[in-house]
Design a protein around this ligand. Structure first.
Ligand code: GLY
Ligand code: MN
Ligand code: MN
Length: 430
């Protein structure tokens, strides 16, 4: 958790942006039951975590200009706590979380009725099912009680303020993201060192995740992707059931979470420690495309510029290797690269791996700005069943790093894991 004033400042900033006479409702995540007494691993809702630092399920934050901040939490319950762990309880909300007032969650309905008297609009993050469901339920209960339709007809999407705030990382957040980058990199180094032909994809994943845990990260930021050979051409391959074969490349896309913040790294390396000639040519092309893209990640450039830089380099390379036909400008115009490069070059990174924040405002792409963290992850995917020359088939390559945008230029937060071919081969030789 950050110091309490960090969360208070975030709430105050948000309230400063909200219209007068509005209230915002932000819900915690709900624990999903897997069966009987067993739940799926719990992960706090990022919006709620950002504003409170509180990691229990089934809580609701209500804030608004001119109002005290209110947090509704599960009440203390000695019997339940024996089974499912300690609860903070409403009485400690103020002391432990620095939030003005704590209430039991069961009081939400009645308190909401009182609060409604003063307000004309309610704000919540629209995409968040939990918050939306709670607002629906509360408003409906109100309407039933007062026998009035549309008692609270004006609803607005809090994301326009909250998600733009989350997009720009503070120094505290950047420090944590550096740590997520450092630990994620260690996981990839461990994978390169341990990889052997005959291991399964899942065994390699377990080495990465073990490293994350041993370094103090409690969770992965997303499901670890380990794909050998042709499996590397499935972008979000999480099956991990196959053996890794000598002579193939393996693509590893894995990142850990630190205090909720994600690392997101991809490396691609030879299962037996040595790149073949065909693999080397394609690998160096992707690496050059990544370098060009990172060079474009400077304050003031359009957010589209790094994708355009990567595309240009990849398309040029695919033409040189006779994988697609030129000339370059026509190939770009006609998207001839798309059979082999079908995704964007990066995304915002933060509390969510595909983080919140707008890429366009009024249909205009935003500019790279200080404090954004953006991944840079060009790739090439030449499936077994493709029109590529035979020697290139069954090769999937992605190289991904996390880049902090600063006035001094792009800063790579994940550089502790090698990506030059010679460095990878040296590390794998041991
Ligand atoms: N790990 C998911 C992605 O790179 O977008
Ligand atoms: Mn990514
Ligand atoms: Mn990734």
């Amino acid at each position: 958790m950050f110091p309490l004033h960090v969360y208070k400042n975030r709430r105050d900033r948000l309230k400063g942006m909200m219209p007068e006479n509005s209230l915002a409702l932000i819900s915690a995540a709900h624990e999903t039951i897997r069966n009987r007494d067993s739940g799926y691993p719990f992960r706090q809702s990022s919006d709620f975590w950002y504003l409170t630092g509180f990691t229990e399920p089934d809580a609701v934050l209500i804030i608004g200009p001119g109002h005290p901040d209110r947090l509704f939490v599960r009440p203390k319950n000695t019997d339940q706590e024996v089974w499912t762990g300690r609860r903070l309880g409403p009485d400690r909300v103020n002391t432990d979380l620095g939030i003005d007032e704590g209430y039991p969650i069961d009081d939400l309905n009645s308190e909401f009725t009182t609060l409604l008297a003063d307000i004309t609009s309610i704000e919540y993050p629209f995409y968040c099912n939990n918050s939306a469901g709670i607002v629906d339920r509360l408003v409906k209960a109100e309407e039933t009680k007062s026998r009035q339709e549309n008692r609270l007809s004006h609803r607005a999407d809090l994301s326009r303020f909250l998600h733009q705030a989350r997009l720009f990382k503070s120094k505290d957040e950047i420090d944590v993201m550096r740590e997520a980058g450092r630990i994620s990199a260690l996981g990839h180094v461990a994978a390169m060192q341990a990889c052997q032909p005959g291991m399964t994809e899942d065994q390699l994943a377990s080495i990465i995740e073990h490293t994350f845990r041993m370094e103090g990260s409690p969770a992965t930021a997303y499901q670890t992707i380990v794909g050998g050979g042709d499996n590397a051409c499935i972008l979000h391959y999480i099956n991990r059931a196959d053996k890794l074969d000598s002579g193939d490349l393996v693509l590893v896309d894995a990142g850990c979470e630190v205090k909720g913040y994600a690392g997101d790294i991809t490396r691609t390396f030879p299962v037996n420690g040595s790149f073949t000639e065909a693999q080397a040519v394609l690998y160096d092309l992707v690496l050059r495309a990544q370098a060009d893209a990172i060079d474009a990640m400077v304050v003031g450039n359009s957010i589209k510029s790094f994708h355009e830089a990567a595309l240009r380099r990849l398309t040029e390379g695919l033409i040189d290797l006779n994988i697609i036909e030129g000339p370059l400008e026509v190939a770009i115009e006609e998207k001839r690269y798309a059979a082999y490069y079908m995704h964007g070059t990066g995304h915002f990174l933060g509390l969510d791996v595909h983080d919140v924040g707008m890429y366009e405002i009024d249909s205009e792409p935003v500019e790279f700005s200080e404090g954004m963290v953006v991944t840079c992850e060009p790739g090439l995917y030449l499936k077994k069943r493709s029109d590529a020359p035979t020697r290139y088939r069954g090769i999937g390559i992605r190289i991904e790093d996390d880049v902090l945008i600063t006035q001094q230029g792009p800063e790579v937060l994940t550089e502790d894991v090698p990506k030059e071919r010679s460095e990878i081969e040296a590390l794998m030789r041991g």
